[in-house]
Design a protein around this ligand. Structure first.
Ligand SMILES: NC(=O)c1ccc[n+]([C@@H]2O[C@H](COP(=O)([O-])OP(=O)(O)OC[C@H]3O[C@@H](n4cnc5c(N)ncnc54)[C@H](O)[C@@H]3O)[C@@H](O)[C@H]2O)c1
Length: 427
């Protein structure tokens, strides 16, 4: 069989002359027909749509623009900090929404609500922060031992399913499932922290350790509210974040100053050693409604004294300077820092500087021009000058305070007037 077929083939090749095919003439019809066959056009279109989507949403484009225009670099990778692509991207979208709440985000990229723990959330700053977080749709758990905080500061949220209030001392550990922790628990006024100095340093050290441990365990981002007191009685003026401070380690204020310095150290060690995402804010003097009346802080002192028709007490010669930021400015800064890519520390304060005498005169103008000023001996370790350099926060967080003392003070006076004269039980 096989031999026969070979012979037939041989015959074919012997009889027929070899004639190569002539070159085909070019025509537009062939490539068009090729593309139209087997749904190739559909695949090409799908590819183009995918490529366009990728380049429009590419996060690195946003990132490079952010860093380049700011002239600041805080290289997270140098301290072993790497975050997954999706987390980075989502955070950046969140940050865009925080910076510009009305901004339209691409469909499906809107910020999903967080579950947020606020320690010290029944206090002055904490309660305003809770208002802001609930207003933007997050769920908030407040932990507070009510040492200086009051339930009445958050009572308007009781009954709201987005809000929980737990009486708890941060010196004791606790386990909660949260995405972010704003750690504010700590008495902030000298009258309170000097009253229980050992408890103050325990709160700063053990309380911060417990909250960092919680952040590590549940993978939450942690923000520490540190203080301008870490600069002590400064040799550098205004104070930049790079200044290491001039603090008395054995004085009556050290439980607070050194406590906060240790809290910063713990925060950075948990970041470097355990990869916890952290943020550090150094807060300068803040005032506003819900401050503790009679807590010894200068603004609340002056306002309460002027309302009660008492002389305003100025310690020393009254030439010490401070800068005062309104509480809503601080809350904006804290939220912007939490949502940003930057660890800090960041100074959050109002750089407008006032002497104590100038402040007393503004309070007189707003409340009682007839009020008298009384001078008393200055307290130990009272810093002579305090004014933040906020260049870093301006450049990296695009944050700066907006409310002047003349605008903010009347809002606080109204709250104090109501609490002193109409609702003294609410003190
Ligand atoms: N207000 C300012 O001018 C200022 C300036 C610098 C830093 N800070 C920091 O900001 C944070 C808030 O300050 P604030 O002015 O709202 O003070 P605040 O005293 O009004 O609030 C502190 C809150 O923490 C709670 N607390 C204290 N110890 C606690 C503990 N062991 N466990 C649980 N809760 C506890 C208090 O009951 C209170 O509700 C503090 O960490 C403070 O150091 C504030």
């Amino acid at each position: 069989m096989k031999q026969n077929s070979y012979r037939r083939l041989e015959g074919i090749f012997q009889d027929e002359e070899y004639a190569p095919k002539g070159a085909k003439r070019w025509s537009w019809g062939r490539p068009v027909r090729y593309i139209m066959r087997e749904q190739r056009i559909l695949f090409i279109l799908v590819g183009m749509v995918l490529a366009t989507t990728f380049f429009v949403l590419q996060p690195s484009l946003l990132l490079s623009q952010d860093n380049d225009t700011m002239g600041y670099t805080e290289n997270l990778s140098t301290i072993g900090h790497r975050r997954p692509f999706t987390r980075n991207f989502r955070d950046r979208m969140n940050h865009m929404e925080v910076l510009n709440p009305g901004a339209k985000l691409p469909l499906g990229l809107r910020r999903s609500p967080h579950r947020i723990l606020v320690t010290g959330g029944a206090g002055f700053v904490g309660s305003h922060l809770v208002d802001k977080l609930i207003e933007r749709g997050d769920s908030v758990i407040v932990l507070d031992n009510f040492f200086t905080g009051r339930k009445s500061n958050v009572k308007h949220h009781l009954g709201n399913p987005q809000f929980e209030l737990i009486r708890h001392d941060v010196v004791e550990p606790i386990l909660l499932e949260v995405d972010q922790i704003y750690h504010l628990a700590c008495p902030a006024s000298p009258v309170h922290y000097k009253h229980t100095p050992v408890k103050t340093i325990k709160t700063n050290v053990m309380g911060t350790l417990n909250m960092l441990g919680l952040a590590k365990r549940v993978g939450a981002r942690f923000l520490l509210t540190s203080t301008s007191e870490v600069y002590g009685d400064p040799f550098e003026h205004p104070q930049r974040e790079t200044y290491w401070g001039h603090v008395n380690p054995i004085g009556v204020r050290s439980c607070y100053d050194e406590g906060k310095r240790t809290a910063e150290t713990l925060t950075m060690d948990y970041h470097r050693g355990a990869n916890v995402e952290v943020r550090i804010a150094r807060i300068f003097n803040t005032y506003g409604p819900r401050m503790c009346i009679d807590d010894g802080r200068v603004v609340s002192n002056f306002v309460a004294q002027a309302l009660r028709r008492q002389p305003l007490t100025v310690y020393g010669d009254g030439k010490q300077t401070r800068s005062f930021q309104y509480v809503s400015d601080l809350v904006e800064g804290l939220v912007q820092l939490m949502e940003s890519e930057h660890i800090g520390p960041f100074n959050l304060g109002n750089p407008s500087e006032f002497t104590m005498l100038e402040l007393a005169n503004v309070v007189k103008e707003v409340i009682d021009p007839q009020a008298k000023i009384e001078f008393k001996e200055n307290t130990a370790d009272d810093p002579h000058k305090r004014k933040p350099d906020i260049t870093k926060a301006k450049n990296l967080l695009h944050w700066e305070p907006k409310i002047t003392l003349e605008k903010g003070l009347p809002l606080m006076v109204e709250d104090f007037r109501q609490r002193i004269f109409e609702d003294p039980m609410g003190l």
